[in-house]
Each structure stands twice: as C-alpha cells, then as structure tokens.
Design a protein around this ligand. Structure first.
Ligand code: AMP
Length: 282
C-alpha cells in the first residue's frame, strides 16, 4: 500500500490504466465498519484508495475535533491487510491551504436532525467529500449506511454538482449486541456501553412495527422512545424518507427509522431501514 500525503501525489497515484478505482473516505480510528467498505471496494474495483482525514470543517467549536481518536499506524496496517492500494492521509494545510474560501452547502437535507444538532456539519462533509472526489478521481465511492443522513447529503451533492462518482452504500456493521460500530464508542463508560444497544433495539422495534402493518406513527415512536432509558437520553427518534430526511408519506415503502441518543457527552446515531427499497436508498 502506498501512503501519500499531498494532493499532487494522491492525484498521480490514482491516475493511470488500472480502472475502475473504488474510494473509501474515513476519519481513521479504523474498525470493522470501515473495513467492510474497503472489502466491498476491493471486490468491485481494480484498485482501491482510502483516505484518513479528520476534517476540522465538519466539527463544531465545542465538539471533539482535538480529542477525536487517532491511530495512524494501526489504521495503515488494517487498510493494507484489506487490500487498499493507495492511502491518502493529508494534513489540514493540504486540504485547506491559506486563502481557502469555497464551501459546498447541501441545502435542506443538511439542515434537519444531525444538521440541526450540528450546524455547519454537512457543509463540512459536503465540502471535504467534493474535494476528495476531485483529488482521487475514483469512479466509485463507498459510504456506510450507519451515517444515513450523510449518504442523503452526498447523493444530493453528487447529483447537483454533476460529480462523476457512483456512491455505493454498505450495510452497518454491528457488535453482537446490536450497537453500531463507531470510532466514538471508545468514549463510552462501562455503564453507557452496556446501555447503548437500546438505541438499535428501539429502532428495530419501530421498523418491525411498521413492517407488521401498523401505521400509528406517533404511538409507535412513543413506544420505541420508552426503550431509551438512563443513562441514555433521546436526541431524536423518527421515521423519514431516506432521500430527503422529511417525514415519509408511505411508511412501509420508503422509510427509515432514525435515532440518536446522548450517553454522557457522547452522542450515538443509528438507523434501521423499513424495507429493501429504503435500504437501497439509504
Ligand atoms: P468515519 O471515519 O466515522 O467518518 O466513517 C467513515 C465511513 O465509514 C463512513 O462512510 C461511515 O458511514 C462508515 N462507517 C462508520 N461506521 C460504520 C459501521 N458501523 N458500519 C458500516 N460503515 C460504517
């Protein structure tokens, strides 16, 4: 695996005859979720690039940018073992040099739920992904279903800016008890970790209720909310259209049960698609 640090090197390393390229953007602290993206990219492409960049533009001023877990040596070993050909690991000045001023605003889909709790977050995500796509030039980019709103935002950005990249979504990798893998799970205390699977359980409950034919949306959501108990606190729980993140008209066909909880100062997110159509969209 070749490790490249500059935009110029990354461009050179990912051009050439061996095509198509699959691209896996990450913030590092690699876990089995990231490796599932790399494995899909490996299966479906002739060459694979990954990136590790903790993107300051997507963190709020009171968020965890400074203490976000960083594990570069282990990440390199894991990506090399997963068959990644090129790893792009730029520093902040490579991506945001002096004078940097242009950003990508994804519009309304970026303003609700995660976007409401983290103002500017999706502008940061959209901007860095547009830049990374431009640098790496891969035909396909791989994202995790766990971050469903990120997928919705990036679908919008790719369509609206006519970016020549095919976004592919990989199902969420979970611990045995249902908790979605996340680099931020290391922040959880033992008590918070023990309680955390309740988020997935609540979402799986509401998804199953819809699948079983129920349409009393508010009652179903209230029942699901009762599963979120201390030390967890609900941030939001809802049923939305996976493309727009607005309430869905047809609960069965195209909705996604989404949720987020606070565990101390850590916030966890997760989602469960109601149907195969919703899963494809997310
Ligand atoms: P991050 O490093 O957290 O920004 O995540 C990089 C990519 O990995 C994103 O596309 C995430 O959606 C994806 N990802 C994170 N956690 C998981 C998971 N548990 N299962 C599948 N993909 C994931």
């Amino acid at each position: 695996m070749r490790i490249v640090r500059t935009v110029r090197e990354a461009r050179e390393a990912t051009r050439g005859a061996r095509r198509p390229w699959g691209f896996v953007p990450t913030m590092g602290a690699v876990h089995a979720g990231h490796l599932a993206l790399a494995a899909r990219a490996r299966e479906e492409n002739s060459a694979v690039a990954a990136s590790i960049f903790v993107n300051p533009l997507q963190f709020g001023p009171d968020e965890d940018f400074a203490r976000y877990p960083r594990a570069f040596a282990d990440d390199c070993a894991a990506f090399a073992a997963a068959g990644v050909d090129v790893l792009f690991a730029p520093d902040v000045e490579q991506i945001y040099p002096d004078g940097f001023a242009t950003t990508v605003d994804p519009g309304p889909v970026g303003d609700v739920f995660e976007g409401a709790l983290r103002p500017g977050h999706f502008r940061g995500v959209a901007t860095v992904c547009a830049k990374l796509f431009a640098v790496v030039g891969a035909e396909r980019a791989y994202f995790g279903a766990k971050d469903a709103q990120q997928v919705a935002v990036l679908r919008r950005v790719i369509a609206d800016l006519s970016l020549p990249v095919d976004l592919r979504v990989v199902p969420t990798v979970r611990e045995a008890d249902g908790l979605a893998l996340s680099s931020r799970n290391v922040y959880l205390s033992a008590g918070e970790r023990a309680a955390a699977p309740a988020l997935y359980a609540a979402l799986a409950y509401v998804a199953e209720a819809v699948r079983s034919g129920r349409r009393d949306r508010e009652a179903m959501l209230a029942e699901a909310r009762r599963r979120i108990v201390a030390p967890l606190r609900e941030a939001y729980l809802d049923l939305v259209d996976p493309l727009t993140f607005r309430p869905t008209a047809d609960l069965a066909k195209a909705s996604l049960a989404i949720g987020s909880v606070w565990a101390g100062t850590t916030r966890l997110i997760d989602n469960v698609p109601i149907s195969a159509a919703a899963e494809r969209a997310a």
